[in-house]
Design a protein around this ligand. Sequence first.
Ligand SMILES: [Zn+2]
Length: 158
Amino acid sequence: MILKIETGSDNPILRKKSVRISKFDKKLKKFAKQMIATMLAKDGVGLAAPQVGVNERLVILNFQLGGKKSKPIPLVNPEIIDASVKAIIEEEGCLSLPGIFGKVKRWKTVTIRFEDETGSPRALELEGLNARAIQHEIDHLGGVLFIDKLEGEIREGK
Ligand SMILES: [Zn+2]
């Protein structure tokens, strides 16, 4: 099932802070599957639960593994616990803000802590597009959109 994407920079669902997930049940697994299907259908590199109307701390990241096929995984309650000193400015877009792009400064590498679908704690160090994408998605959980952090002008496009 493909879920409906919430759009708009003043959409209250996209602007609300999401709550931590504490129940690791079948419902969560099913929702994560639906989010993965939705992200793949929309050709996204990541998707946060508020983008499909649910204010809970769940993110799907479409991992780009060094030229290999991408692998979408669900990250529950993700947090950045460490970041590089170096930041990079690059253009970003968002499925919830169709047709606009802009440059945003992000940490080059980040270490994140999260739980998998069964509630087991995990940690990962991310770089490149993966690092950029997870920072963008974690922002969604705090009601923050990339347009709040622009370095320069918005570009309209496809
Ligand atoms: Zn987004």
